[in-house]
Design a protein around this ligand. Sequence first.
Ligand SMILES: CC(C)(COP(=O)(O)OP(=O)(O)OC[C@H]1O[C@@H](n2cnc3c(N)ncnc32)[C@H](O)[C@@H]1OP(=O)(O)O)[C@@H](O)C(=O)NCCC(=O)NCCS
Length: 232
Amino acid sequence: MGGRAVRRPEFAAADLGRSWSLFNSATLLRPVLETDRTRVLDEVEAFYAASNAACPRDDFLLWSPWRVPGLDARGWKLHDHMVMMHRGVNAARQTPPPQGLTIERVCDAITLSTFVDVVARAFPFPDLRSAPDAWDERVLSHPRLRFWLGRFDGHPVATSATVVAGGLNGVTLVATLPEFRQQEFGAALAWQAATAEPSLPSALLAGEKPRPVYERLGFTPITPFTVWSHQR
Ligand SMILES: CC(C)(COP(=O)(O)OP(=O)(O)OC[C@H]1O[C@@H](n2cnc3c(N)ncnc32)[C@H](O)[C@@H]1OP(=O)(O)O)[C@@H](O)C(=O)NCCC(=O)NCCS
């Protein structure tokens, strides 16, 4: 699918060359000490400054479990506060999925486009809506990626995805369309993603509001995460 990636001792960064900030993310791998801070941020910014003709004006993100003071002064904006959560294989079990809800694995391009549409409307991710080509069907054959679409009485209403990596089910993109919330669809989709490989524990990054949904499934908090964004 193209894109660029770099891994340094202090951070890992990926730039998929697509206009959706979540695809263009760097994660700090160790606390950036006062002495290293300027150099590390210079390196992150230089990585994303390398021209990307497909999306010259999009944002890129920096994810950090540690405080990184002074980012505002460098043109970064606070994007979100999140908490990393973990669930062991024997943690609480989900009750049967709500009546009328079916969950299917996304296996073809048409269903993938429906999945992206639900994600874009549910979060909402306006930049994803304006970039319908952000995903292509090659993601469906990647052995580590699984995408789930929930339908209620046949209508697409909710999503989740699993990234199987590092001995974990990495849960992401849990979303329910606003008009279908409070019916445990989000919990059912999160459960599906968290148990994609039932023998593995799972982890996710939760916003403060959705956090109770995950706690009821047996997820416990590990560490806060701060997400910053910067225009390319
Ligand atoms: C977070 C999100 C996925 C939850 O979706 P949902 O389908 O409403 O999830 P659930 O129904 O399982 O649970 C949500 C709430 O509904 C409540 N609920 C569940 N079933 C209910 C019912 N039958 N009656 C009343 N309330 C109910 C839950 O207790 C929960 O309440 P709480 O958060 O106050 O504890 C949805 O709000 C969303 O898409 N948000 C935008 C995207 C997002 O932030 N995703 C999460 C990223 S970490």
